[in-house]
Design a protein around this ligand. Structure first.
Ligand code: F6R
Length: 599
């Protein structure tokens, strides 16, 4: 998704802006650009490819400026090229804008503007915004007022920033459905799609809400709604250190984040009270009334939801429906009364998940979100929020957010079981105590990294992989396959162990590594039979278990419903090492974006 960075203050901001753009690289992009104020007015520089290309251009021009807006573009309307990259300007080059999102009525607006004589340089939907502002400025001189009038004409999603030659030091910003946050410094303000872009300079963040319009100058930041009413937005102090957003000595963010998991789950679990009266912000009386759950998410978060279904059904005996958000929103569901809707999302900005949440809200359901990003759109739209406390997840492939989501959902299952009287106090306390050892169990699991690295060396030349699991570990098989395909670009598929004999076994041969998850417990024997079926076809078998099993990578013993949170770790490592051996660009896999803010 596109990234926005802006600055207005007393510093020469070009370096700050370039640094900010680099911090947003995780969002995925294909080109970058900057509009900056200089003595003659506004100037714009753009480059296709990496931010470094833009940086070279900026350095060669010896740019100095106290106010600038900049952008990393992830193409939606029009191919990646200099003309389509942002910032876009009006006909006279006096207004510059950067935009993240999609303007749904752009064709209509473009037709009207064209009739009025506006000339367009790009194929993008975004460019019309600069021309709309230009048009409004013909009617009245105040830049912010003209900006507001232009924004009122837009339909769709936007995080938007604009600068104007005749309003030095002023940045106008607007937000609807795409994230935008303002950083408050001393005599300066920052603007960005995400906090890490300015965290090296300030940890004071003002999260704009949908419908907000902000006027930023070096000394002020005023927020209004579309009707012109002033909005009070609180200044949040962000506790993530800037170094938390760095690689910390690891080769890639992904491997760093895999090793962050003991701390991430520890920080997450420490905020989940064992006291059922305080859990999840849901009053005990309301919790008792919950008769079932819809859990909706995308990608990796969906796999966390799917695994949680087994855990919640097992412990709390509540019915759980899990669906990918992109499908959920199209279903004609006769929503059950007293069912709780749960949205799981690392970023809290995934458009599909947000749309599903809005449908559930419309149907009158209470909503709970499990998110990592404080103040993100999904959290603000939900009745209740529980945060995973992972710190920023920079690698596009999600790892630490996944295990923390599983931890929150496991805790939720135990709490619901207790609230509904399925678990007695003693049993709950015993299970909760075991759950609280999870960070330590993850630490122990990571100690066996070398076994996984060795396996990766043996199998990395294979072009196709299969992952098998049953029950709560079946979604972990799906996640293992997703992780591998995302970052290695190799074919990988996850199946329920019992399903392979119904078809997939046909493709198994000696060139096919098969990863099987076999926790000690009710399904261990069945899983071992699946393993025998595949090894009889010559497959290279990799077993992950928590009980001594021939040739298996062992994770520490825990109950079979905690096992998934440990079993995914060797799978993350396997995906990482196979991809590294293949020389892939692990943190920024092709075609993928960290935060998918369009449906
Ligand atoms: C996979 C991955 C994606 C995300 C998905 C949802 O590694 O990162 O599949 O899990 O796009 O994103 P969030 O959790 O931000 O809603």
């Amino acid at each position: 998704m596109c990234g926005i960075v802006g600055y207005s203050g007393g510093k020469n901001c070009v370096g700050i802006i370039m640094e900010g753009l680099k911090k947003l690289e995780y969002r995925g992009y294909d080109s970058a650009g900057i509009a900056f104020e200089e003595t003659q007015g506004l100037d714009v520089l753009k480059a296709v490819g990496r931010v470094e290309n833009l940086e070279k251009l900026v350095k060669s021009r010896k740019v100095k400026s106290n106010c600038a807006i900049a952008h990393t573009r992830w193409a939606t309307h029009g191919k990646p090229c200099v003309l389509n990259s942002h910032p876009h300007t009006d006909c006279k080059g006096e207004v510059a804008i950067v935009h993240n999102g999609i303007i749904e009525n752009y064709a209509e607006l473009k037709a009207v503007l064209s009739k009025k004589g506006h000339k367009f340089a790009s194929e993008t939907d975004s460019e019309i915004i600069a021309h709309l502002i230009e048009e409004e400025l013909k009617k009245q001189k105040d830049f912010f007022k003209a900006f507001v009038l232009a924004v009122k004409k837009l339909k769709g999603a936007y995080a938007l920033a604009a600068a104007y030659k005749n309003a030095p030091g002023v940045i106008c910003a607007a937000k609807k459905q795409s994230p935008l946050v303002i950083g408050k410094g001393d005599g300066e303000y920052y603007l960005a799609s995400d906090v890490p872009a300015f965290l090296n300079y300030t940890n004071k963040a003002i999260f704009l809400e949908d419908g907000d319009l902000a006027k930023i100058t070096p000394s002020s930041c005023e927020v209004f709604n579309l009707s012109g009413v002033k909005q009070n937005r609180k200044v949040n102090v962000i506790k993530w250190s800037s170094s938390a957003a760095q690689k910390g000595g690891y080769k890639h963010f992904m491997i760093k984040e895999i090793f962050d998991q003991p701390q991430a789950t520890k920080d997450t679990i420490s905020t989940l009270p064992a006291d059922i009266k305080k859990a999840f912000g849901i009053a005990p009386a309301a919790a008792k009334k919950i008769k079932g759950l819809y859990i909706v998410a995308c990608g990796t978060a969906y796999h966390a939801a799917l695994s949680a279904k087994y855990v919640i059904e097992h412990f709390a005996k509540l019915p759980v429906e899990v669906e990918t958000a992109s499908e959920f929103k199209y279903r004609s569901i006769n929503f059950q009364k007293n069912w709780l809707f749960i949205a799981v999302s690392q970023s809290g900005e995934t458009a599909d998940t947000l749309a599903a949440l809005m449908n559930a809200k419309k149907a009158g359901l209470k909503t709970l979100s499990i998110c990592n990003v404080v103040g993100s759109t999904i959290t603000r739209a939900s009745d209740y929020t529980v945060y995973t406390h992972c710190g920023p997840e920079i690698s596009v492939a999600s790892t630490k957010a996944f295990t923390s989501q599983l931890a929150v959902l496991y805790s939720f299952a135990l709490h619901m079981a207790r609230q509904h009287g399925v678990l007695g106090k003693a049993e709950f306390d015993k299970l909760y105590k075991e759950f609280q050892t999870l960070p330590e169990l993850i630490s122990q699991t990571l100690k066996d990294e070398q076994s996984v690295k060795k396996i990766a060396k043996e199998v990395y030349k294979s072009n196709s992989y299969i992952f098998l699991g049953r029950n709560a570990s079946f979604p972990i098989a799906l996640e293992g396959a997703l992780k591998l395909k995302e970052i290695s670009y190799l074919h990988a598929e996850g199946f329920a162990g019992g399903e392979i004999k119904h078809g997939p076994i046909a493709i198994i041969d000696k060139d096919m590594p098969v990863v099987a998850l076999a926790p000690k417990g009710s399904l261990y024997e069945k899983m071992i039979s699946s393993c025998q079926e595949v090894s009889a076809r010559g497959a290279k078998l990799i077993i992950i278990s928590n009980t001594p099993t021939k040739g298996a990578v062992l994770v520490p013993y825990s109950n079979e419903y905690l096992f998934p949170i440990l079993a995914v770790i060797p799978l993350q490592l396997l995906a990482y090492y196979i991809s590294d051996l293949r020389g892939r660009e692990i943190d920024r896999p092709r075609n993928l974006a960290k935060s998918v803010t369009v449906e």
